[in-house]
Write a protein that binds this ligand. Sequence first.
Ligand SMILES: NC(=O)c1ccc[n+]([C@@H]2O[C@H](COP(=O)([O-])OP(=O)(O)OC[C@H]3O[C@@H](n4cnc5c(N)ncnc54)[C@H](O)[C@@H]3O)[C@@H](O)[C@H]2O)c1
Length: 366
Amino acid sequence: MALKWGIVGVSGIGVSHAKALQGFEGVELYAACDIVPEILEKFCEQFNILHKFTDYEEFLRSEVEVVSICTPHFLHAEQAIASLEAGKNVLCEKPLAISVSEADAMVEAAQKAKGKAGVVFQFRLYPPVQAIKKLMPEIGELLRGFYQCHHFRTNTYYRQGKWRGTWWGEGGGVLINQAIHDLDILVFLLGLPKQVIARVNNLGHEGIEVEDIATAVFEWDNGAQFVVHISSVVSGLPTRFEVTGDNATIVMEGENVKIGRYDISLRQFLSESQEVWGSPKVSWEDVSIDKSMPHSHEDSVRLFAKSLMEGESPPVSFAEGAKSLELMNSMILSHFCGSPVSIPVDRKAYNDLLAELKEGKRRLRK
Ligand SMILES: NC(=O)c1ccc[n+]([C@@H]2O[C@H](COP(=O)([O-])OP(=O)(O)OC[C@H]3O[C@@H](n4cnc5c(N)ncnc54)[C@H](O)[C@@H]3O)[C@@H](O)[C@H]2O)c1
């Protein structure tokens, strides 16, 4: 029997979920839910879906077995938990939620549930990221790194939906919407740091409350430092990732990855070299990237479907998907409290701050 799949929120990324699953063996596009009837009708006609709902609770009472959550961020936690409690499997769009507290509740619901719970973070599959992941064991102890990524967005982009660019609807700006993918890549490659210090601001977007630029330093137990610089106000710069360990440095610029291996480890050279101005020799190699592996958004939806059919764990679980939120929330909290923030983020402190931001009691300085 094919899995009866339902999609909630069907005007934007919901269409990509339907395209991914249309004709996919073992899946039936069974139901759709959206609060806007015209959007729902058009979508169901396009994908030949017979069960249509404008009410989410009624949708959950149907025979739907898997729910793709493609609604605005502020609905993810509530809808995912309700789906899991109703015995459904859930594929939630990124970000997992708005706050780490919401994410905790989702992780707990997933642990108790009969169904499986996954989140879409397709950039884990991006071939250069996969190539770096394979090379990471070569670098040795982490020492430093840098990540730069700019996702230019206009004010017109933010005017597409009332929930966009707001603390209540998105729970943040560039960090929680676009750069949550970048933060997810960083936790995928490096794990979570021990501490985060950050500054965020709104430099270029009128009419939105949230940040459009952010700079952070992540620190690990051994003192390793990693600088992150992200914005939606700068255009034309390639995404750049650098990571240096005791044995090697890996650099990604755009789609190109190279690794520089030191002939003697940095720490060994530091302690043993008799030279005043010497440094280890480094041999650079361009890394070949295997682009044949599935890596699109649609592929990540199909991989989740496949994991359900094969009884395997979801490619990215709720617990894993919550880690980028830990970084995002820590950056916002660090900015507003003006000090470093330890990971895991203090849940109460973040909830209190978010409540004040939503009420307009705290604001970003221009
Ligand atoms: N993985 C990715 O790369 C990716 C790309 C785009 C969007 N997304 C995520 O998908 C989510 C949706 O983004 P979008 O751009 O498609 O948004 P959107 O505003 O275009 O679409 C959201 C849809 O949800 C519907 N909706 C709102 N409230 C609802 C409710 N209570 N019940 C049912 N339907 C409701 C709206 O009517 C709308 O049709 C966001 O969380 C976003 O971050 C992920």
